[in-house]
Design a protein around this ligand. Structure first.
Ligand SMILES: [Zn+2]
Length: 304
């Protein structure tokens, strides 16, 4: 039994000056790899899926949230380190409420392009509703104040964000009753170069003013040394996704360049799980990425 409540996990992280990684997976192999890496590092970890992707209207084959929840829960159950389950960033209130009833440990409602999408007053009301419902089931809620810029790596375009205003954040937390809050202090969604400039003055002001754990999204955009520093300044969780996927794409590209799959037994390429299996390569890429990231966030040997 390795499930842990978000409350306990965040407290432990703040007390021990590390940040817990939320590593967003997309299938069985990537989820297993995240937990394997956390076990190797003896670190607590948060696993989960992206609600906006699961609910994507253009998703070709509809998938049920319950299937993902069952998979995540069983993997957490069998882990040797503390694991919590997050439904990350769903823009669908009904899905978030369902996740809060069906066994996630934390849920997050987040409209895409938040600051254009929903006025603050309305967002406050939605988050308050979600927090009330989730708390009845002992489920934590993550909210977001401000908005991360969003980089489109396919087109190179940048959607401007909005830095978190400490006063607005303080009031939002108080009015909604959320348990953790994602802040925008220079971090950027979907940007892969690890080169954003974190505004530490802004982060310091927020960590002093806000008395719930702070979260940084867009972990891929943040340099390793900045992750270390942020973890020592009241950031209790950092979210990663894009960087893991890039690492997997790179090994797959390399695999197909180095191996003539036409001359291979398809069972060796897919399903046997031995060294030549392309899904093993996928897992190894994720494991390496997650291990390095956990180290950067000072999470090594923090399992409890
Ligand atoms: Zn995010």
């Amino acid at each position: 039994m390795s499930r842990i409540s978000v409350d306990k996990l965040m407290k432990h992280a703040l007390e021990n000056k590390y940040a817990v990684g939320y590593f967003e997976s997309w299938n069985l192999e990537s989820t297993l790899a995240v937990v394997r890496a956390a076990e190797n590092m003896k670190s607590p970890v948060m696993i989960g899926v992206c609600g906006t992707y699961i609910g994507e209207p253009e998703r070709k084959y509809k998938e049920s949230l319950s299937v993902y929840q069952a998979m995540l829960a069983q993997i957490a159950e069998e882990a040797s380190v503390p694991v919590a389950l997050l439904l990350n960033e769903s823009d669908d209130e009904a899905m978030v409420l369902k996740a809060a009833e069906s066994g996630f440990d934390m849920v997050m409602f987040a409209p895409v392009f938040a600051s254009d999408a929903i006025p603050l007053q309305e967002l406050t009301a939605i988050q308050k509703r979600i927090a009330e419902a989730a708390h009845k089931n002992g489920v934590a809620v993550e909210g977001e104040v401000g908005e991360l810029p969003l980089f489109n790596s396919a087109t190179g375009e940048m959607h401007e964000g909005e830095d978190t205003d400490p006063e607005v954040c303080y009031n939002f937390v108080k009015e909604t009753g959320i348990d953790t809050v994602a802040v925008a202090v220079g971090n950027c969604h979907l940007k892969e170069d690890g080169m954003v400039k974190i505004n530490y003055d802004a982060l310091k002001i927020l960590s002093e003013k806000i008395d719930i754990p702070l979260v940084l999204h867009g972990g891929t955009s943040i340099a390793r040394e900045d992750l270390t520093k942020a973890a020592s300044m009241g950031v209790a969780k950092v979210n990663f996704g894009t960087g893991m996927k890039r690492a997997v794409l790179n090994v797959m590209k390399q695999y197909l360049a180095e191996n003539d799959v036409d001359k291979m037994d398809p069972n060796d390429v897919l399903g046997r799980g031995a060294q030549k299996d392309i899904m093993v390569k996928e897992q190894e890429a994720v494991i390496q990425y997650v291990e390095e990231t956990i180290k950067a966030m000072n999470g090594e040997n923090k399992a409890f």
